[in-house]
Write a protein that binds this ligand. Sequence first.
Ligand code: ATP
Ligand code: MG
Length: 661
Amino acid sequence: MGVQEPVNATAAYSGRGLVFEPPEAFRKRAFISSMEQYRELYERSIKDPEGFWREQAQRITWFEPFHTVKNTSFDPSNLYIRWFEGGKLNAAYNCIDRHLEKRADQVAFYWEPDNPDEEGKAITYRQLYEEVCRLANVLKKHGVKKGDRVTIYLPMIPEAIYAMLACARIGAIHSVVFAGFSPDSLADRILDGEATYLITADEGLRAGRRVPLKRNADQALERCPDVKTVLVVRRTGGDINWVEGRDRWYHEEIQTVSAECPPEVMDAEDPLFFLYTSGSTGKPKGVVHTTGGYLVYASLTHQFVFDYHEGDIYWCAADIGWITGHSYIVYGPLANGVTEVLFEGTPTYPDPSRIWQVVDKYQVNILYTSPTAIRALMREGDEWVKKTSRKSLRLLGTVGEPINPEAWLWYYRVVGEERCPIVDTWWQTETGGIMITPLPGATPLKPGSATLPFFGVQPAIVDNDGNILEGTADGMLVILDSWPGQMRTVYRAHDRFVQTYFTRFPGKYFTGDGARRDEDGYYWIVGRVDDVINVSGHRLGTAEIESALVLHEAVAEAAVVGYPHEIKGQGIYAFVTLKAGYAASDQLRQELIQHVRKVLGPIFTIDLLQFTPALPKTRSGKIMRRILRKIAANEYQDLGDTSTLADPSVVEELVQNRLNR
Ligand code: ATP
Ligand code: MG
C-alpha cells in the first residue's frame, strides 16, 4: 500500500499530503477495481444518462417496464423531476419477495438489542416476508389505503423495518420520526404530513434507559385528532396509558390476519415515503422520495460504494429515523439481498468496546457510521478498540459531517489496522443516496475528502453569482443535472422546494454546502455555506479550523463559527471540548490558538476560544452551528427552533460562559 507522509503541517490538518491507495487484496475482488474503470463508467453515465440508467434499472424487478428513463428540468419556473415513467413496481416486493426463491432461509438481519445480555434475533427472508405481510394486512384491516400517510415512531427494533416495508407493500406513504424526538416534534411532523395512523412502542431502550414512546405519543396526539389508530409494539412491557378504541397491540393484531398479502402495483413516481431533514439549519422539511428512481439509486450505490458481495455481513449503525437508515439499512441493502445487523443500542453502552464487540459477534465485514460516533470513541482511548479482534472488517464508511483527518486516521489505523479502505460519503436527505464518495477498490483516499462523484452525479463549484469555477476551486457545491434518487418535492410545499434548492442558482440544484476542489479533482466539503467565515476578505472553512484544533492532543471536539467583528468583518469563535485528563486553562487556550496559527497560518487566528463540557448537537449527532453562531454573536435570547437538539441543557451552559459580551 502506498502511503506518502505529509510534507508539512498544513498538509496534515487536511490530510492533503496523505494518499492511501486501495489495498491489493481489496482491489482484487472489487466491482470497480481501477481508476480507469471508474472514469470510463463515469463518463458514460454523464454522456449517455439514459443508456446508463436504463441498464442500471434492470437490477430492480419491474412489474411493467418503464417507457421513459429520464424526464427532468431544473428550470425554477418549470421544474419537474421524473424517472422511469411508465414503470410499475413495488419496493417491498423488491426487498423481500424476489429473494425468496434463492434466499428464503438466509438471514436478512440480525437484531442486536441494547443490552448485550438480552437475546437477539436472526430474521430470515422468509420470516421477513411473513412479518411484513401480516403487518400490511393489519394496516389494511384498519382502513389504511394506498396514498395514506403512516407515521412510524419506533426504536431500532425489527418491527421498525417491518413497518416501513408493510407501508411500501400496500402503497401507504411512511413518515418515520426518530424515536429520540419530543412529543412536540412528533406532533409537528404528524400534522405536517397529515398522517392518520401511528405505529409506536410502549417504550424504547437506549443505553440502558427507557424512553417513554407511548407517553410521548399520547401527548403528541392531543394535538393530532386525525390519528384514529395507534398500533403499539410491546418492547419493554412497561406501564402505559391505554386509549380504548384507538390503541391496539401489535402482537394481538398480527394474530388476526393472514401471512400473505399481495404487493400493491406502484407507479415509479408514486411517493414511497417522506422524511424530515435533521434540522441542523432551520425548520425541518418533509422531503418526498418516490419509488422507482429512489430504489434503483439506493440499491446501486449500496452495492458499489460498499462493494457489497454475496455473503458479506453488512452493518450500518445509523438510526432508521434518518435517511441513512432508510437508504442503507432498509431499501438499498434489502433490495440487494444482504445479511445485515440491526442494532438497538449506542456505541458506548455498556462500555466503549460495544461497537467492536458487535462487529466480532456477527463477523461484520462492512461498517458504516458517523464522524460523531468515531470522535466519541476516539476520545475514550485506543484500549477499548484494541481488546477486540475486528479481523472480519474489510471496509469502513462514514457519513453526516465532514470527518476531521485526525478522526479519519484513527478510524483507519486503530480500527481498521490499515487494512480497510474508508468511504467518506457525502450526501443529503434530499439526494436519497450517496453522491460524492470513493469507490473502495479504485479511489486513492485522502483523509477528510469525500473524493469523487458517483456515477451519474455532476457536481460543480460556483461562485456567489453562480458562475461555474473550473479546475481547483473554492465556492458553493451545486449539482448540474438530476439523478434518480433525487427528492421530488417538499411535502405540501412545492414552492419551498423550488425556493430552497433551485432559485439561488437557476438551472442548478443548490446543496447548501461549501466545497473545494483540489488539483486531482477531489471534493472537500468545508461545511454549510452559512458557516463559512469571512475574515478580512478571506473565506475560511469552519471544517478546517476544527480539524486543526482536533489535531491537538488535548482536544476531543471543536466547533468553529464566525461572529461580527469591528475590524475584520468576522472574527473566529471556537468552542472546544477536551479529552479525559485535560483541564481548561488560559495557558491551554493560548496554546491552542498558537497551534492553529502554526498549522493553518496566521490568518487563522482564533479570537475567542470557549471551553465547554459538551457541544450542542442534533439528535443525529451533528454539531448545531446555527445555535453556536447566535451565542457567539451574543444573540443568545433568540436561538430559533431548538426542538431538534439532543440535550437543550448544553445550551444554557454555553450561554452562561459565553465570551462575547
Ligand atoms: P437540515 O437540512 O434540516 O439543516 P441536515 O442538512 O443536517 O439538516 P441531512 O440531510 O441529514 O440534514 O444532512 C446532510 C448534510 O450533512 C450535508 O448537506 C452536509 O452538510 C453534511 N454531510 C453529510 N455527509 C457528509 C460528508 N461525508 N462530509 C461532509 N459533510 C457531510
Ligand atoms: Mg440539509
